[in-house]
Every structure is written in C-alpha cells, then in structure tokens.
Design a protein around this ligand. Sequence first.
Ligand SMILES: Nc1ncnc2c1ncn2[C@@H]1O[C@H](COP(=O)(O)OP(=O)(O)OP(=O)(O)O)[C@@H](O)[C@H]1O
Ligand SMILES: [Mg+2]
Length: 398
Amino acid sequence: MMDPVRNPFAPGAGQRPPELAGREKEVAAFDVVLERVARGRPERSLVLTGLRGVGKTVLLGELRSKAVRRGWGAGKIEARPDADLRRPLSAALHRAVRDLAVRHRAPDRVEQVLAVLKAFALKANPDNAKLRDRWQPGIDVPAAQGRADSGDIEIDLVELFTDVAELAQDVGTGVAILIDEMQDIEPDDVSALCAACHELSQLGAPLVVVGAGLPHLPAVLSASKSYSERLFRYVRIDRLDRENADHAVLAPIDREEAGITPDALEALFVASGGYPYFIQAYGKAAWDAAPDDPITAEDVAVAAPEANAELAVGFFGSRYERATPAEREYLRAMAELTEGRDEGAATSDIAVFLGRKPSSLSPARDSLIKKGLVYSGERGRIAFTVPHFGKFLLDRED
Ligand SMILES: Nc1ncnc2c1ncn2[C@@H]1O[C@H](COP(=O)(O)OP(=O)(O)OP(=O)(O)O)[C@@H](O)[C@H]1O
Ligand SMILES: [Mg+2]
C-alpha cells in the first residue's frame, strides 16, 4: 500500500499544489514588473485570466509571495458580486502597510498612512449607517480627516494609493494589491480602480494591482475604461501541456521517493486533459488506489470512478447546486448542443433548442454569468467557465 498520509496531491480551490508546474514564464514576467515599477518605470501590471480550476488563485498567491520576498507590501482580496470594495481593500492595504512598517524607520509616517487608511475604511457602506457604525476596520489609530474620505471612491483611491505607495518608496520597494475574481467588482468600483491605477502609474508611484478572473475579465475592464489595455497585460492561464502535466505529477511523487510508470502518467494525462484541478484529483485518487509502488495505469483506471465522484461533489456539484431550475435548463441546453465538449454555443441556437424567444432567456443567462458559471467571450456566444462541465451534465442522471 502507498501511505495515504504521504499522498502529496492537493485538489481543492486555492490549494497550494505540491509542484507549481508550467508557470515559470508568468512568474518571471511578474519579476520584471516588480523591478521596473520599484524603479519608477512605466509598466503594465498583469491580469491572469482563465477557466475554473486552471490555477489562477494559486498563481496569484505565488506572485504575492514573490512581492513580499522582495520587501514589497502586499495584500490580497477576493472580490464578490454586489459587495463594496472599500472594506476588503482597506483590509488588504492594512496588511501591506504592516509588511512595510517592519522595514520603515519612521513610525509616525506609518501611523499617518494608517490614519488615512482608517478614514477611507470608515466610508464603507454610507447608505447603511447601522452596519457602518458596528463595523470597525481594526486599525489602531484615530482616523485622519480630509484625505481619502470624500466618499467619491475614485478620489479616495487616488489619495490612499498615493500615500501607501510613498511609504513603500521610503523603503525602496512598492505595493502590490492582488485581486482575485476581479470580474465580480461592481462597475463603479472597477472604473474607479482603473482610474486610480492610471493616475498612479502616470505619477510613477510604485503601486500595482494584479488581477485574476474569468476569461471575460478583459472585456469587463475595457467596457469600464477604454485605456485598460494600457494598464494591464492579460495573461491567459490555461491547462498544462503534456510535459508540464507530467512534471506536476512526477516531481511530488519523486519527493516522496515513490514511483509511477510511463503508462500511468499517460493515463493520468488523458483523464485530466492537463487541467490542474483534475491533475490533483486524479493524482490523489491514483496514489490512494495503488496497492504497491510504483503507481500503474491499472491503478489510475481503478481510481477514476472515485476521483470522478469527488469531482462531481466538490468541483461540479457545488456549482450546479447554485443554479435555479431555469438556469439548469439553460445549462443543460448548452451541454446538449455542444455534446459535452468544452466549446461555446450560440445563444440563438440555445433559444431554438429550447423553443423559446431569445429575450426570455436573457435573465437566466445573465444570472449564470453573474454566478460565474458561464461567460460570453464573444457577442452572441456563451461557454462554460468550468472545464468538462458539459460532460458532467450529460453524465448526470436526472
Ligand atoms: N501550476 C499548477 N501545477 C499543478 N497543480 C496546480 C497548478 N495550479 C493549480 N494547481 C491545482 O489546481 C487546483 C485549482 O487551483 P486554483 O484554485 O488556483 O484554480 P483557479 O483557477 O483559481 O480556479 P477558480 O476559477 O475555480 O477559482 C488546486 O488543487 C491546485 O493545487
Ligand atoms: Mg480561484
């Protein structure tokens, strides 16, 4: 038996993989961004886009560690639909300021920035006075007055970012704000965020916003500000090719001083399609199913139903559960039309398939987009954000 305690694989949203395979280019590109921005040179920041489970969150976390190791202040947020940006953003900046404070020689300067940060935070939820009064940002200084507290998010962001960036400049580094699920930021907040980044980059201030989100994120950003393409470099995070997928499996198994046959590696790649989440899921199940070292192709075959059952609950099911009956009908139509392949469908074909008027289907489609289950990469077409989702729906019996 392979020791289940030593199983290195890590399926799960945001779970750090035992080996971050195939992302060297992106990490190196980020290094260049950090270096240039710290020197006040103009540089576009990165925005990572890709389907569910390709490793955006994990890569964003890696970039955050990179920044921190270089002495930057860094903070991370996960955007949510219909939520105010102020609170999570102030928490992330608080984190970044604390990173910087360790190296800063003038505690009163740090306190000044914290006071501005607190003023910014206290403006959260102005329409809900009750909620605002109860919520405390957890910053131990009195709020400043007259800076970052106008209530106009764009003005406030510019002032706050400028102050935090100056603090970083004092210690010769910068500030990185990492935003996951960036497509979920409210339109007004996206627009203010882009404007603030634009302004800061023109000032040569060392602050970068690094985003991650679904494939339609670039469209969301450019709909908000036409110059967003000059602010961000979009990097598509995709499934791993055969070589990197093999490395993702082999390196951790090696480290445990165990083995896997070439046939088993091949079988794992066929099952996973190179999608990082699936690599972890099938790798984990294969390890646990193997009676002996090395893991064989037969072990992979025996493990597949187990892995599929786990994926059906943890990866697909949790998302399917969030859909209403009307939305499920829409998803099924997409799956039927594409015969379970991961390609998009024309919205007009979906309407024909369901025998409905296209306009009557818009609410279901729009709420599926909002829930992050589908996206529209080009006008009139719609696709699953979750790889293999069509196949999952077709295999389900109900
Ligand atoms: N480069 C990689 N090599 C190997 N495994 C990886 C890699 N990147 C991510 N993984 C694994 O894939 C899974 C999904 O990663 P992650 O949650 O970062 O994806 P995501 O793109 O953020 O997905 P979602 O859109 O659902 O948030 C995790 O189990 C993680 O360990
Ligand atoms: Mg994620």
